[in-house]
Design a protein around this ligand. Structure first.
Ligand code: OGA
Ligand code: MN
Length: 200
């Protein structure tokens, strides 16, 4: 049977993006979901901005999520998540020679009613971002809940795929190639988003 990492690698090679389930066990996903939700009441999430350096600003109409940057934390579920992404990085480097060097990630919370307009993840200030990964943590999400990730398949607006942010769905794509947006959600929406970085 083909492993999930192989599947991701084949998808990236063929299409530049991948949508899979199963890289993480149910128990890791559930512990991560509880961890993510626990940060809300503890003030861990900060409004996310756009731009960088002196251009940095918070504009909730453009980007409505709140984020919690993560550090490798020994003994917690976050360590397991980092280790799993380390393994994926090694597998992708072996099969695709992508030169992935490091990984950074944050948890994100979109309050009901918020969205993130169409953008690329590789602005000038984040030139090292090679691959974007997003892991969804929403149990019982239905298509009425909105909040799809819309991934544009070329530079125009006509061709896209919509990905429902269901519990355990993992999206991986080449950061430079794909514009994307988060459609308005009708329910609070939780996810982990990260980037595999090239060598500085
Ligand atoms: C981002 C982003 C997508 C998502 O954080 O840059 O585009 O589906 N997130 O949460
Ligand atoms: Mn993005």
């Amino acid at each position: 049977m083909i492993s999930i990492a192989n599947q991701i690698s084949n998808d990236i090679e063929r299409d530049g993006y991948s949508i899979t389930h199963g890289l993480f066990s149910e128990s890791v996903l559930d512990t991560l979901r509880i961890y993510a939700e626990s940060g809300v009441g503890r003030g861990k999430y900060k409004s996310a901005g756009i731009g960088s350096g002196s251009q940095y600003q918070i504009q909730e109409r453009i980007r409505g999520d709140q984020i919690w940057w993560l550090d490798r934390e020994e003994g917690s579920v976050i360590e397991k998540v980092f280790l799993q992404f380390d393994r994926l990085k090694d597998d992708l480097n072996q099969s695709l020679y992508l030169g992935l060097f490091d990984f950074e990630c944050h948890l994100a919370q979109y309050k009901s009613g918020s969205a993130y307009e169409r953008h690329y993840d590789r602005p000038l200030a984040s030139k090292r971002r090679k691959l974007t990964v997003t892991l969804y943590l929403n149990k019982g999400w239905s298509s009425n809940d909105g909040g799809n990730l819309r991934l544009y398949l070329n530079s125009g607006l006509e061709q896209f795929i919509d990905i429902v942010p269901r519990f355990g769905t993992l999206v991986v794509f080449l950061s430079e190639l794909f514009a994307h947006e988060v459609l308005t959600c009708n329910r609070d929406r939780h996810s982990l988003t990260g980037w595999f970085l090239e060598r500085p």
